[in-house]
Write a protein that binds this ligand. Structure first.
Ligand SMILES: O=P(O)(O)OC[C@@H](O)[C@@H](O)c1c[nH]c2ccccc12
Length: 263
């Protein structure tokens, strides 16, 4: 099987997101795009999000463009704390400049917990997916705001590697594009990555729309959740919620995870 999307032009991506994407394009400019043999799909990440109730994906996030330094987390310890606090999956940033992530962080998290782990990065090259699989991640993030019409090709590459893909959207147009790909998991990001502003109404709205369009896969509400009240709009609607900053900066990750998910 051949995939040939590795020389995409990402210069259209605006704002903060666009800058980060350009950096990642440079980082992987000379990387090998070959994926190798097909690998079997374990679907562990997807299975972990299927309930019962609202599943928590807790994120190992040391910094972000909107907040700067969040906390100097030890990735392995943080992941174990999240697991103790009831998280069903771990998200680990690997973007180094703005989110304090690394390959090492992902490897340590995969070693430290038995939960499935998603590689959280700005995927702009097939090698980033091959790495995710090689490093032991169960899933990778695919952003429609970055990949546009190439989202389908990247989704098929993730499948080839046995990875679950979290296909992320932020508005109606991106959701329509995502639905054409027929992914198994769609995430709605409440944060507009061009301006970094949060609107907690975005996830409930687009999740309802996805269901109306007949999407039967897993739906994830992402970003900006800090209190149980913030989750009122997505309980009984989303399958899972992705939370980083509020947990990572709490000082007691297990307790913060339990408190947040309490109804
Ligand atoms: O820290 P928060 O607001 O809880 O958000 C977590 C997660 O949703 C966020 O880190 C995120 C969602 N999509 C992304 C894409 C790239 C980088 C980061 C993200």
């Amino acid at each position: 099987m051949t995939f040939c999307v590795h020389d995409l032009d990402f210069s259209h991506v605006p704002g903060v997101l666009g800058r980060i994407v350009q950096e990642r394009v440079q980082d992987y400019r000379d990387a090998d795009a070959a994926l190798g043999e097909a690998r079997p799909a374990a679907r562990r990440f997807e299975a972990a999000l299927r309930g019962p109730g609202l599943s928590l994906i807790a994120e190992v996030k040391r910094a972000s463009p909107s907040q700067g330094a969040i906390a100097p987390l030890d990735p392995a310890t943080a992941a174990q704390e999240y697991a103790r606090g009831g998280a069903r999956a771990i998200s680990c940033l690997t973007e180094p400049r703005h989110f304090g992530g690394s390959r090492e962080a992902l490897l340590e998290v995969v070693q430290a917990v038995s939960l499935p782990v998603i590689r959280k990065d700005f995927v702009v090259h097939p090698a980033m997916l091959r790495e995710a699989a090689d490093w032991g991640a169960s899933a990778a993030l695919l952003m429609v705001s970055v990949l546009g019409n190439a989202t389908g090709e990247y989704f098929r590459m993730a499948e080839h590697l046995g990875l679950d893909a979290l296909v992320e959207v932020h508005d109606e147009a991106e959701l329509e594009l995502a639905l054409e790909v027929h992914p198994r998991i769609i995430g709605v990001n409440n944060r507009d990555l061009k301006t970094l502003s949060i609107d907690l109404g975005q996830s409930p709205r687009l999740i309802r729309l996805a269901r109306e369009r007949g999407f039967t896969g897993v739906l994830v509400a992402e970003s900006g959740y800090a209190t149980p009240r913030d989750l009122a709009g997505v309980h009984d609607l989303a399958d899972a919620v992705l939370v980083g900053s509020s947990l990572a900066g709490s000082g007691n990750l297990a307790q913060a995870a339990r408190d947040l998910m309490a109804r």
